[in-house]
Design a protein around this ligand. Structure first.
Ligand code: UDP
Length: 368
């Protein structure tokens, strides 16, 4: 008899959902994390009474009522709707691409005029079957919009030419012929009232938690504690990088307290030119309609991932995806549960992480 049923490596969303579901089914879980806190990249820190998204903006959205009800059962979500503003060399545009943006760019007022303008630019560019992010973007919104709002932002965000990036990345953003600035099409959207820690604290209730613990430094002794290992870290690291390292895009966050109650009037402002070194400025209080006397802003600087840096975005190009498949084949032969953004090497949104963890638990417990 081992002391725990599950050792869960990583107290982020995937690991926390698994822990909750296993605990609910009467199992005993030990959750460890190398960081000094739970919640993974959703972790928030309170500064000047404002919940600061320490690892960048996290805006919850989903179309799935089960997932929405699930997260709301731990903490109530507010009515925040994401509508970033883009700043291109001091010109301001609404995002995502919608009739407001088309008007700001071309002074077109009707959907028909906007569609005609895009069609004209797509035809001039001669793109029929988009093969990469650049071609996909131009075929969706035309060349002008691509040059001002996509090319510079994308190339600094990813540190790669837009022609070398997969098309799916830009398909995340809606293109709409209505005057609707909502960044997401999903039916449900919001921010946990009081911050994301409430969600992960709720999920981890009933599990034993050990922070500041590096799995790889005590691999054998930790693994011996539990019947089953659940691993949510980097899949290549689990296998000692034996086929080489998967690539990631990393970020550096510069958080500042400012002595004003409202710095930019919006939670997210994107800087879409190539020269500004950061991609966006966040003003955290606006995620929760804060009225504090001061404000906290974060400049987000993209950078290449190097060992020791935080891996944020998987680079799902062909080279990395095929390397991932080699690791995945090894993982399938292991008696371990792998899940989450880093173990599945997927550009996951939070609702997808939760969906993946819920599904995996049901399969694991023989319920589907
Ligand atoms: N993007 C862009 N301009 C913007 C915002 C986004 O070109 O102002 C592109 C960029 O390639 C980015 C992708 O759309 O990587 C997805 O953006 P999203 O806001 O979904 O990214 P995340 O918030 O996950 O970083």
């Amino acid at each position: 008899m081992k002391q725990y049923d599950y050792l869960i490596v990583g107290a982020g969303l995937w690991g926390s959902v698994f822990a909750h579901e296993a605990t609910k089914r009467g199992k005993k879980c030990l959750v460890i994390d190398r960081r000094p806190h739970i919640g993974g990249n959703t972790y928030c820190e309170s500064t000047e009474g404002i919940n600061v998204h320490v690892y960048g903006a996290h805006i919850f959205h989903t179309n799935d009522k089960e997932i929405w009800d699930y997260v709301n059962s731990f903490v109530e979500f507010n009515r925040y709707t994401n509508s970033p503003v883009a700043n291109y060399k001091s010109e301001l545009y609404n995002l995502p691409f919608n009739m407001n943006t088309f008007y700001q760019l071309w002074k077109v007022r009707t959907p028909e005029e906007a569609k005609a303008k895009i069609a004209e630019q797509v035809q001039e560019a001669g793109i029929k079957n988009p093969q990469n992010l650049e071609e996909q973007a131009i075929s969706l919104v035309g060349t002008d919009m691509y040059e001002k709002l996509i090319k510079g932002y994308t190339e600094k965000q990813w540190g790669r030419k837009a022609t070398e990036l997969p098309a799916f990345i830009i398909k995340r953003l809606p293109v709409r012929f209505t005057y609707d600035n909502n960044y997401f099409n999903d039916r449900y959207q919001g921010i946990p009232m009081g911050g994301y820690n409430k969600l992960t604290e709720g999920l981890l209730k009933g599990s034993e938690l050990r922070l500041n613990v590096d799995f790889f430094q005590h691999r054998q002794e930790l693994s011996n504690l539990a019947e089953t290992l659940v691993y949510t870290g980097k899949i290549d690291e689990y296998f000692d990088f034996q086929f080489g390292a998967l690539e990631y895009r990393s970020l550096r966050f510069d958080h500042q307290v400012l002595d004003t109650d409202n710095y930019q009037g919006n939670a997210v402002v994107n800087y879409t030119d190539a020269e500004t070194p950061y991609t966006r400025i966040l003003e955290h209080k606006h995620f929760e309609f804060g009225t504090q006397p001061k404000t906290v802003v974060t400049h987000e600087y993209p950078q290449e991932w190097t060992p020791g840096a935080e891996p944020y975005y998987p680079i799902n190009d062909e080279k990395n995806d095929s390397l991932f498949r080699r690791y995945k084949a090894l993982a399938e032969r292991e008696n371990v549960i792998f899940g989450g953004r880093l173990a599945e090497y997927r550009y996951y949104d939070m609702h997808q992480v939760i969906g993946s963890a819920l599904k995996r638990t049901r399969v694991h417990f023989g319920e589907e």
